[in-house]
Design a protein around this ligand. Structure first.
Ligand SMILES: [Zn+2]
Length: 269
């Protein structure tokens, strides 16, 4: 595994999201291996992030929330060993609770996790992600509010999830631009420019996200070129994680598309 950053660099890629998505209440990587990965990432100029456990619900009953907090802390400890800059995670589900109550439970839990991380001296940021299904906590509005109310957070925008949750809402470049503008209004210019992004094409039904698809599948959106236009317009420098079924192949395509867009803007001499 410590070879991965070098392999990515050879492919021309410079970001890696380590998947800790099946972890329980303890880190499932040794400190030694995590540190080796971190060192290799630094040596190869690869930006590391960590995707925390899927088994988290910060809006559930009290015992479930407490167990979820322990899982987040375990992921944060390992992320810190690696030197990952953000720990991405899914906050949970509304379940039988009223939406406002479920969300408040989540924010309170995250304030506690953030305080515990500070007490332990963990430097990694909390990165709750925009979610793609109607029953999941994590609309853009909610994620922006968490970023405003909880300390040591990093904005994580999954564009495919936004597209799926809102039934195919990202159709034009303006639709992407409107989201960047909303982020800027709420969190400021630097938070907008440095957002952590997930991207893929996506299939959805009336409840939202169904399946991630590759960039070449014409019948699904959203279109990465439109996001690339907005990245160029706003001079953003996001970390972009590809989540299609062919991770590195599509990641290279995205990088190439962004390069083309940026080059087309350069004044000709
Ligand atoms: Zn995710």
């Amino acid at each position: 595994m410590p070879d991965v950053p070098r392999l990515l660099q050879e492919e021309g890629l410079d970001a890696l999201e380590y998947e800790a998505v099946r972890w329980g209440p303890k880190p499932q990587i040794s400190q030694e291996l995590a540190q080796k990965l971190g060192t290799a990432a630094k040596e190869n100029d690869v930006q590391l992030s960590l995707h925390g456990s899927y088994y988290i619900n910060l809006s559930g009953k009290r015992d479930i929330v407490e167990a979820s907090k322990r899982r987040l802390i375990a992921s944060a400890i390992a992320a810190d060993w690696m030197g990952a800059y953000v720990m991405v995670f899914h906050t949970g589900f509304y379940g039988r609770f009223e939406k406002d109550f479920a969300f408040k439970t989540c924010v309170d839990a995250l304030k506690d996790v953030s305080a515990q991380m500070r007490d332990r001296g963990l430097r990694v940021k909390l990165g709750p992600e925009t979610m793609g299904r109607k029953f999941q906590v994590g609309s853009l509005e909610e994620i922006l509010t968490i970023n405003q109310e909880v300390e040591d957070t990093q904005l994580v925008v999954d564009w495919a999830h936004l597209h799926a949750l809102h039934q195919g809402s990202l159709k034009k470049t303006e639709d992407f631009r409107a989201i960047a503008e909303k982020v800027e209004q709420r969190l400021g210019t630097e938070a907008m420019k440095s957002m952590h992004c997930h991207f893929s094409k996506i299939e959805f039904n009336s409840l939202g996200e169904k399946k991630h698809h590759t960039l070449d599948e014409e019948r699904y959106g959203p279109d990465f070129r439109m996001l690339a236009e907005v990245i160029a317009d706003f001079q953003m420098h996001p970390t972009m994680i590809c989540e299609t079924p062919i991770l590195d192949v599509d990641a290279r395509k995205m990088k190439e598309t962004l390069k083309q867009v940026l080059e087309s803007r350069r004044p000709k001499s």
